[in-house]
Design a protein around this ligand. Structure first.
Ligand code: TYD
Length: 208
């Protein structure tokens, strides 16, 4: 499906700076003449943004792990149909802040072992992997402090605490080995400018 455009995803623990880097990357690519769509998950289409509020706000025990997996997948399917596929078909570069690797980690790992169900559902309903995935790797202590400092209503996963974030970090690193053909590791523990340089370099090399 991504025959024409290019699909780039950004992954990592909460507070790893992905969202800021995604915006900076979009600007770099636009300045070079690329036609860019910057989007995020959960969300990225009107329907998926509505589901976002259901999964990220309110009591952390509101949904079972299985129900939560279905909601994230429903949001992703809408995002794919309304935003990602049309952009890729038009030959655009899609930069997506989180995608299925977040589901593999958060729903597949953090709330019991649902990884097989995550993959089965993904194959059945989504079936798309990124062309390039940037993994923002950093000390979760720093990331957690940043994420908590935001003070939004969306603290669903941030609230699970630093222990979970360390488990997520290790999980993401394992995922990068599993999908080594598309993962690119970014040392996100440095200052923003240095990280942005690495990000731009990796993506421009990939697009060239
Ligand atoms: P977000 O505001 O995007 O956080 P960040 O800026 O740190 O990326 O919040 C997304 C939260 O949703 C984050 O804690 C991870 C979680 N999430 C899942 O649990 N499963 C998923 O499939 C996705 C896309 C996100």
């Amino acid at each position: 499906m991504s025959a024409k455009g290019r699909f780039i995803t950004l992954e990592g623990i909460d507070g790893s700076g992905k969202s800021t880097q995604a915006r900076m990357l979009a600007e770099v690519l636009e300045a070079r003449g690329y036609d860019v769509v910057l989007t995020r998950e959960p969300g990225g289409s009107p329907g998926a943004e509505e589901i976002r509020a259901l999964v990220l706000e309110g009591d952390p025990d509101r949904w079972s792990a299985e129900t939560e997996l279905l909601l994230f997948t429903a949001a992703r399917r809408d995002h794919l149909e309304r935003t990602i596929w049309p952009a890729l078909e038009a030959g655009r570069v899609v930069i997506c802040d989180r995608f299925v690797d977040s589901t593999r980690m958060y729903q597949g790992l953090s709330r019991g072992n649902l990884r097989a169900k995550v993959d089965a559902l993904h194959n059945l309903m989504i079936g798309v992997e990124a062309d390039l995935t940037l993994l923002f790797d950093m000390d979760p202590g720093v990331g957690h402090a940043r994420a908590k400092g935001r003070g939004t209503a969306e603290e669903r996963f941030e609230d699970f605490g630093a222990g979970l974030q360390e488990q997520m970090r290790q999980g993401f690193l394992a995922l990068a080995k599993e999908f080594s053909d598309r993962f690119h590791l970014i040392d996100a523990g440095r200052d923003m400018g240095a990280v942005a340089e690495d990000v731009a370099k990796a993506v421009l090399e990939h697009l060239a």
